[in-house]
Design a protein around this ligand. Structure first.
Ligand code: HEC
Length: 340
């Protein structure tokens, strides 16, 4: 059949298919493509043919427009158009319905979209910057946005889902090919041009299980400051705190440890382990002068060990860090930190 090479040709236009959903998308796409191309050729061809046919008539014969309105032709045309619409729905619907309802046993992965980054949460509360899946195992993505509208797009899975703040969006897939595929944010909003790009990593079940274990402990293979830095980007501190001295929504972390912070109520407080812990868990108890109390409390989101790691990391950003707790008290000359 002539359509076989055509569909093979069309298939090369689409990204390599890597999920069970691609059948429900690619075949209707190609069918509609062929039908549309045929319709365009038919209409343009007839138009050109009629222009040639009727354009040759003598001058006297012009202007005698045909009055023969044909109910039959009109009816046939309406029927043909309706049949096309029914055809389009009929071939697309199974794939659509299939994608609308995740299978019962699907493995849940939480997705948090924020400007510039996706973060993926696996059962047990473990995070990663890439989406991992096992071959042949359905995965359901429960997606939320922390800021503006984002779009999760994985072309190889023919998967696209808008993620609107304030509601959980869902999508599911079963990957069929073990490989790494591009994954990106394809809806741009807000005032940033930062586009989150990461990857979908499809592995066989054994490799996947091993990987799941490797992310279970963020402390494994990392020093405390390294974990602190990881949490800084992963928990979104980055959005409000710089490490180069520049102020954002919140004060910079540069040189913060071991100095004295001037508070709104006029008092000063030494930035030591306890103050940092309190600032992270109950940020609105002591508000730094010149800033608004807008930091979200991380109570229940960071445990003591993690806060300890952040503290160790903050020490590395300060020349007062090395001497530990005593440094703040010893700092009589410094006064409050300078902000730019
Ligand atoms: C929405 C913006 C925002 C995010 C996200 C945020 N902070 Fe803050 N943070 C602030 C603001 C504003 C202040 C100053 C006002 C105050 O003290 O509450 C502050 C103050 C602090 C202070 C005290 C700093 C000082 O100079 O005394 C620490 C420590 C801190 N944040 C740590 C963190 C950590 C760690 C994270 C991530 C786990 C984080 N913050 C996430 C906005 C934020």
């Amino acid at each position: 059949m002539a359509s076989v090479p055509v569909t093979m040709l069309l298939a090369t236009w689409l990204p390599r298919a890597a999920s069970t959903a691609t059948k429900g998308v690619d075949a209707p796409f190609q069918a509609l493509y062929v039908v549309s191309a045929f319709a365009v050729i038919l209409v343009v061809g007839l138009a050109v043919a009629f222009v040639r046919l009727f354009g040759r008539r003598d001058a006297e014969q012009k202007g005698e427009a045909g009055t023969g309105f044909s109910r039959l032709l009109f009816g046939l045309w309406v029927l043909a158009a309706a049949a096309l619409a029914v055809f389009a729905v009929a071939i697309g619907l199974p794939g659509y319905l299939d994608q609308s309802v995740p299978p019962y046993e699907a493995f849940p992965v939480g997705v948090t979209a924020r400007t510039g980054a996706f973060s993926f949460e696996y059962p047990g509360g473990n995070f990663a910057d890439t989406l991992h899946a096992a071959v042949g195992r359905p995965v359901v993505l429960n997606m939320e946005s922390t800021d503006v509208v984002h779009g999760l797009s994985i072309p190889a899975l023919r998967l696209h889902q808008a993620i609107t703040p304030g509601k959980t969006s869902r999508a599911w897939f079963t990957a069929t090919v073990a490989d790494t595929f591009p994954l990106q944010d394809d809806l741009f909003s807000g005032d940033s041009l930062l586009v989150a790009r990461t990857a979908l990593v499809v592995q066989n079940q054994a490799d996947y299980d091993q990987w799941l274990q490797s992310i279970a402990d963020i402390f494994a293979g990392r020093t405390l400051p390294e974990v602190g830095e990881l949490l800084y980007s992963r928990m979104g501190c980055k959005a409000c705190h710089t490490i180069n001295g520049a102020r954002l929504v919140g004060p910079s972390f540069k040189g913060v440890y071991g100095h004295e912070a001037k508070l709104r109520d006029g008092t000063t407080v030494a930035v030591d382990d306890d103050y940092i812990r309190e600032s992270i868990l109950y940020p609105n108890k002591k508000v730094v002068e010149g800033y608004e109390p807008v930091m979200t409390p991380f109570l229940g989101k960071l445990n003591d060990k993690e806060i300890g790691a952040i503290t160790e990391w903050l020490k590395t950003l300060s020349d007062h860090g090395g001497t530990g707790d005593g440094a703040a008290a010893a700092d009589t000359t410094g006064g409050s930190r300078k902000e730019k």
